[in-house]
Design a protein around this ligand. Structure first.
Ligand code: 5RP
Length: 228
């Protein structure tokens, strides 16, 4: 049994005909694309858009027309994977380096649903995953120095490319800083503090944004719903 595919199967059951469906990045989302492509062949009408270059390529391969994000104000339902999600549905989306666009689509969505296998679901964030900061290249010295003043125990590493010399450049032309905490600061304060630093564009903490998480485990698929 492939747990990510199980999560994807449950995810598509939330989609209604003619909805505008947003898709994030990763292997669980790739399963959603496969399943949706079968349903579209069987007659389902949908519009799609994505935050991810790789998902966009996959959608095009499967024959979807993909709407430009800039042409859209609201999305009916947005699915994305994550690195960790806690019981309050706060999520870390640190691995892909595309969290700024992912967060934009999540914010535009009436329903934002995380999907993945049970390895993603944690009581509290562990320190195995960094917080990622996208920031303007001109802030190369200023942004890390200011973060260090705010969080003395944080260790920071610029995300470097292993395919060329130099830093990873995001889709928006910026740099990425992996911030490793010895223990997680109060989550409710983290985005306001980071985003008060001039030059910071966005963080990979999705605080209080998701409406549901679909978590597939060996005992079945759980739907965790945001408490009012
Ligand atoms: C990257 C993400 C991805 O969505 C996540 O890593 C995808 O996970 P998976 O491949 O297990 O579905 O948040 O930052």
């Amino acid at each position: 049994m492939n747990l990510k595919k199980e999560a994807a199967l449950k995810a598509i059951s939330f989609i209604k005909p003619r909805q505008l469906v947003g898709l994030g990045a990763g292997s669980t989302i790739a399963f959603i694309v496969e399943l949706l492509s079968e349903q579209v062949k069987a007659g389902l009408e949908l519009n799609v858009l994505t935050s991810s270059f790789s998902t966009n390529q996959l959608l095009l391969q499967k024959g979807f027309s993909v709407l430009p994000v800039a042409d859209v104000e609201e999305i009916d339902i947005y699915f994305d994977g994550c690195d960790q999600v806690d019981h309050h549905l706060n999520a870390l989306k640190s691995g892909g380096g595309i969290h700024t666009k992912e967060k934009l689509l999540a914010s535009m969505a009436t329903q934002f649903i995380l999907a993945g296998d049970e390895s993603k679901y944690v009581a509290q964030f562990t320190t195995a995953c960094p917080l990622v900061i996208e920031f303007l290249p001109e802030g190369l010295r200023y942004v890390p120095a200011t973060i260090q003043q705010l969080f003395a125990d944080a260790k920071m590493v610029m995300r470097m490319s292993d395919k060329k010399d130099g830093a990873v450049i995001t889709d928006n032309g910026n740099y990425l800083l992996d911030v490793w905490f010895g223990s997680w600061p109060e989550l409710s304060q983290l985005n306001p503090m980071m985003k008060s630093i001039t030059g910071v564009v966005e963080t990979s903490l999705f605080y209080n944004l998701a409406h549901k998480a679909i978590i597939a485990g060996n005992d079945g698929v759980k739907i965790i719903v945001k408490q009012a």
